[in-house]
Design a protein around this ligand. Sequence first.
Ligand SMILES: [Zn+2]
Ligand SMILES: [Zn+2]
Length: 286
Amino acid sequence: MIDLHIHSTNSDGYFTVKDILKMAQENNINTISFCDHNVLGAYDELKSIDVKKYYSGRIIPGIEFDFVYENKVFHMLGYNFNIDILKSSKYIDRRTESELIKEEEKNLEFFKGVCKKLGIKLSDDLTITRSSEPANDIIKRDMQIHSENKEILDEILGKDRKKSFWLGHVTNPCSPFYIDFTKGLPSAEEIASEIHNAGGIVVLPHVFEYKSIDNIQFLNEMYKLNILDGIECVHSKHSKEQTQFLIDFCKEHNLVKSGGSDFHTDKVHTLGHTELGEISDDFCLK
Ligand SMILES: [Zn+2]
Ligand SMILES: [Zn+2]
């Protein structure tokens, strides 16, 4: 069993690197990769601790970069790069914790204003305490606490509450909650060349997670750029059919297959698993 897509507190994950190492050991996961958003902090942490004390498996260097394509934000995974080379990339996010908190505070105020306009009740004491708990997570959770929001939440998050607030609203220009995060972001080609320059491979994650696009057209367009080495076939948001489609796509185009849960918190995911079961070694960049 493997998990090549894990977020730690270095980006928006709930658990520390150490916590995750212990979890991976307990769950018998033989290979993991920390893929925090635009940062390599997890790998600095690994250097400063006695990893073997917590985890005996293999750790593949990983990162999840933002890029902009047709005015929308997408993600690209990089694996197996030289960490020191990639660390000097201009696309690594170097903002400090206090700068990040300030930005999230601004986002929180914006979301509060939108909720007020829409008649959505929120608790009075919402604040940002750390950047790994961003404003959109806080708002999404708090909206669901108040029973008087039920009707409007049916609309915003769907009756089963499974719609993604991030993808369906925060990054969707048609939503009142939209925030433009595309400013200053690199293109897919720029990100890919940065990963390749550091000796790594470029893997397109969660193709079917995006909601407001034609996913297969997007996959084909990314493939045509000639930058992809692989595709994340197994992901928590992929159905059995979608996974099989991507496996076939990899075979046809000679790309490597990866698999990861996109672990952020154990409330949503189990490390090394998706709803379809354990993530098998077949998806370890083979
Ligand atoms: Zn992602
Ligand atoms: Zn991710």
